[in-house]
Ligand binder design. Structure first.
Ligand code: ATP
Length: 251
C-alpha cells in the first residue's frame, strides 16, 4: 500500500482551480519531485497536502486514512510535515526555540534536538542566536530541522534552495541526503519542489511534471532526460525534445 495516495485532488484560489484532478501514489522511502513552470500549482499542491490550503475535491489518503478534512496540526501529528517556501521561521526567537516549537506535534522517533544538530552541524554554534540573524542557508537548515523534529513520515519541501548561494544549497542538500536514505526502511519519504533541474535529477527517485494544475508526465528520474522534462514545462510533447531512447510515461 502506498504511504500517501492522492486521488483526483482539486484545490482552488477563488475561481482559479490551481490543482485540477491530480492523482498520485507515493511509496514509503521514495523521493518524489514536482517540477513545472511558475504557476503550475506545485506550491498549492504541497500546501493542500499539508492541510494549510483546503481540499476542494478528491481525497488525500495517508497510511490508509483519509486526512482530507483534517486541519494542518492534526496532519503534522500524523506525520506530514511541510517546509514552506520562504521558511516562515520566528525571527525573534532563538534557533533552539524555533526547533523546539515543533515538539508540540509530539511524535516519537529518531529525530530530536541532538540528531537534528548532527544532520545540520552548522546550527550547533547558533542555538542561542535569534533565527532572523542567521544566513539564508542556516535559516533553511532551521526550517528543515524544525520539520524533522516532528518525526515526519512524509516531508514536503517547497523550494528549499530559493534565494540561497550555491554553497548554501549544497550544504542543505548534503544534510538532506542523510535523511533521504533511498530504499532503506528508515528513509524519510520526501515530496519536493525544486527549480534547479540538475539538483532534482540528483535527488529524486521519481519526477512528476505539472502544467496548469495537472500532471502531464511522470517517470523514474533515471528513465527521464532533462530535455523531456523541459519540454513538459512548456506543454510540448517529449518527442519534440530530442532524446527518444527513454520515453517518460505520460499519466
Ligand atoms: P511557483 O513556482 O511560482 O511557486 P507553483 O507551481 O508553485 O508556482 P502555485 O504557486 O501553486 O504554483 O500557483 C498556482 C496558481 O495559483 C497560479 O496561477 C497562481 O497565480 C495562483 N495562486 C497561487 N497563490 C494564490 C493566491 N494566494 N491567490 C490567488 N491565486 C493564487
Amino acid at each position: 500500500m502506498s504511504l500517501l495516495k492522492i486521488e483526483a485532488l482539486e484545490a482552488r484560489h477563488g475561481l482559479l482551480t490551481a490543482v485540477q484532478g491530480i492523482s498520485l501514489e507515493i511509496e514509503q522511502g521514495e523521493t518524489l519531485a514536482l517540477v513545472g513552470a511558475n504557476g503550475a500549482g506545485k506550491t498549492t499542491l504541497l500546501r493542500t497536502l499539508a492541510g494549510v490550503h483546503p481540499v476542494a475535491g478528491g481525497r488525500i489518503v495517508f497510511d490508509g486514512v483519509d486526512v482530507s478534512a483534517l486541519p494542518a496540526h492534526r496532519r503534522a501529528a500524523a506525520g506530514l510535515a511541510l517546509v514552506p517556501e520562504g521558511r516562515k521561521l520566528f525571527p525573534a526567537m532563538t534557533v533552539q526555540e524555533n526547533l523546539l516549537v515543533a515538539l508540540s506535534a509530539k511524535r516519537g522517533g529518531r529525530w530530536n534536538l541532538g540528531t537534528v544538530l548532527d544532520a545540520f552541524p552548522q546550527l550547533k554554534p547558533k542555538l542561542k542566536a535569534a533565527a532572523g540573524t542567521l544566513s539564508g542557508g542556516q535559516q533553511q537548515a532551521v526550517a528543515i530541522g524544525r520539520a524533522l523534529m516532528t518525526n515526519p513520515r512524509v516531508l514536503l519541501l517547497d523550494e528549499v534552495s530559493l534565494g540561497l548561494s550555491p554553497l548554501a544549497v549544497q550544504g542543505v542538500y548534503d544534510s538532506l541526503r542523510t535523511l533521504m536514505g533511498k530504499g532503506t526502511a528508515h528513509g524519510t519519504t520526501v515530496v519536493l519542489v525544486e527549480q534547479d533541474l540538475q539538483r532534482t535529477f540528483q535527488v529524486a527517485d521519481r519526477i512528476v511534471c505539472m502544467l496548469e494544475g495537472k500532471v502531464v508526465a511522470s517517470g523514474r528520474a533515471d528513465e527521464m532526460t532533462r530535455e523531456q522534462v523541459m519540454a513538459h514545462y512548456f506543454g510540448h510533447r517529449p518527442s519534440t525534445a530530442g532524446t527518444p531512447s527513454q520515453p517518460a510515461s505520460a499519466t
